[in-house]
Design a protein around this ligand. Sequence first.
Ligand code: DAH
Length: 338
Amino acid sequence: MAGFIDQIEPLKAAALAEFAAAADPAALEQARVNYLGSNGKFTALLKGLGALPKEEKPAAGKAVNLVKNELETALALRRGELELKAALPTEPTDFTAPGRRRVMGKLHPLTQVTEDIVRSFRKIGFVVADGPEVEDEYHCFDALNTPADHPARDSQDTFYLGAAPSQAPRLLRTHTSSVQIRVMKSQPPPVRIIVPGRVYRRDNADATHNPTFHQVEGLYVDRGVTVGDLKGTVEFVFRELMGPETRIRFRPHYFSYTEPSFEIDFSSALTRKMGKEWLEIAGCGMVHPQVFENVGYDPEVWTGWAFGFGIERIAMIRYGITDIRLFYENNLRFLRQF
Ligand code: DAH
């Protein structure tokens, strides 16, 4: 029955044409139903097999099944193509469009300055030490040779925390100098530390004051330490921070935990930009023998120096910032500049 075999090829060609013409998965499914569904044209041909004479059946069956497999393969291929097409963007890609920028976080300018200070001191053998922000009067004042009637302890100047009358008064530390005492009490000399940290004072906020700010304390204790060591160290670090042509000078001053005591002024292109030759930047001095006594170091054997300065002040000079409050406002337009 040549008629049966002859029908196969045209039907195959028609089916393939319809599969190829299907523009989306729904149209393809319709085309599949038209040919391979239970009432489809190709299915009808398959059903006709049964009516063939017995001797023709094997050849016809083989031919028709071959084509059925071909059609199913073509169908799967086309389905894959259409699914891929559906997943692709319909708009063409504009390769000239600007990329999507990834917003990178940054360190706060005070953190950057602190890290720079720490890095400079590390180069010359200092390690970072730490202490509590909630302190007692002993570490903040008494052990630093600051007597009970000293104005720094006044409740006007200092944040005292509530405590039962039987308890030792607790307060927010007014300076990082308290950590000098904690470190010396916890280890024998020599000592070579810096202490960056937050401190608290009852100042009204204005362009140059804030009730919380940050300091760096330095302490060096060894045999035969001199003011020359102090000056050389301070000069090294400030040149790293403020530029190689930075000069420093010491002016006599008073601190109860150092003797002699000095204030440090520095001069650089940055101070001249602010309209001044010299700017006061830090307090320092040779550790007072009484402080050594208080921590159990023998003042006849050990000598040392200490200093303290404000991190905000360094950052303000370095970046030309005129209002300290900008550091604490978390305004991204300010912070992104650093
Ligand atoms: N503690 C002082 C202050 O808060 C700064 C200071 C001065 C620290 C002299 C020192 C020092 O270690 O020796 O103003």
